[in-house]
Design a protein around this ligand. Structure first.
Ligand SMILES: Nc1ncnc2c1ncn2[C@@H]1O[C@H](COP(=O)(O)OP(=O)(O)OP(=O)(O)O)[C@@H](O)[C@H]1O
Length: 305
């Protein structure tokens, strides 16, 4: 297993009200694409701002590329390429002018790479930034975040506001490129269709905690949907790892984390069932809005009167 380049342990943060982060821990390995998933307001940006040293946690420890972001914020910023969800740029500049403007701030700025990235992302070099499309602006943000060859790229909801085709294009062009370069990528998003194809591992953040952290493939193998006749389900206890139950007229539809064990239990009870794979979107929904209180009750024992 490759070494960790980001270590987060027991992170807590509140802004005066209830905790936004309530004991968040995870590690990101060198070269992997790690997706931080959460609904709006789940704390993704707060986590990222702490990683960058822009925000001080109330408790917990953070290490980014061997540095403490609070004690060494500049070291961290030179090792991390950051693409914020709302990119404010100098709109009156052209992409080429922006690169020239930023270069002196970064000792490791690679002008040749910057030029290649503008080419690669098909950005019009001499057009003012204010006249670029949203997709082009995102690509420009990424080009300048990578031109100083950071070890780690942190992309905070980068495809926010892009249409579905532009999002697909963003993945194809940008994430593929980052992965081919062997970069470590943290990708925060609440739009899961794009994460699904690129993330090696996903962390699901909900109510200030990571409720699941797993390899994307393993998550899709383990978390599946099963339909069961209600009269059969009544005879069984609710399975371990139950994430969601929906009652229909004569059957229930359930999502279980740990499908293999459950199928084995079903087979032992003589119940046949065909599981169905879920999209990452459906898995995510099961974790954060799933309801487990609908498992059918066993029938009351018949008592002699
Ligand atoms: N500086 C701040 N002061 C007060 N509350 C804040 C501050 N920054 C974030 N919050 C609150 O913390 C919570 C988490 O916000 P955060 O931006 O981290 O969420 P997020 O997961 O990135 O959401 P989104 O997907 O909408 O960007 C929200 O309720 C937000 O209002």
């Amino acid at each position: 297993m490759s070494e960790s380049v980001i270590r987060v342990d027991g992170l807590k943060k509140s802004f005066g009200g209830p905790p936004v982060l309530d004991g968040v821990s995870f590690e990101v390995r060198r070269g992997e694409t790690f997706a931080l998933l959460g609904r709006n307001g789940a704390g993704k940006t707060t986590t990222i701002r702490i990683l960058l040293g822009l925000l001080k946690p109330d408790a917990g420890t953070v290490e980014v590329a061997g540095c403490d972001p609070q004690a060494q914020p500049l070291d961290v910023r030179s090792r991390v390429g950051y693409l914020a969800e709302d990119q404010a740029m100098y709109e009156w500049m052209t992409p080429v002018e922006l690169c020239r403007f930023l270069q002196p701030f970064y000792p490791t700025w690679d002008a040749k790479l910057a030029s290649e990235l503008l080419e690669r992302f098909e950005l019009p070099r001499q057009q003012r930034i204010e006249h670029l499309s949203k997709g082009q602006t995102v690509k420009l943000g990424l080009a300048v975040a990578l031109a100083y060859r950071p070890e780690i790229a942190i992309l905070d909801d980068p495809a926010l506001g892009l249409d579905p085709i532009a999002r697909k294009e963003f993945n194809r062009d940008l994430i593929d490129w980052l992965q081919a370069e062997g970069r470590t990528v943290i990708y925060s998003s609440h739009l899961l269709d794009e994460v699904e194809t690129v993330a090696d591992r996903v962390a699901i953040l909900d109510a200030g905690r990571i409720v699941r952290l797993e390899q994307t493939e393993v998550l899709r193998e383990r978390v599946q949907r099963v339909m069961l006749p209600i009269e059969k389900a009544r005879l069984l206890p609710a399975p371990e790892g139950l994430l969601d139950v929906r009652q229909h007229a004569d059957h229930i539809e359930i999502v279980v984390d740990g499908i293999d064990t459950f199928l084995r239990d079903l087979a032992q009870a003589g119940v046949e069932s065909e599981p169905a794979e879920l999209t990452l979107d459906e898995i995510f929904a099961a974790f954060v809005i799933g309801r487990t209180d609908g498992w059918p009750e066993a029938p009351a024992p018949v008592t002699a009167s």
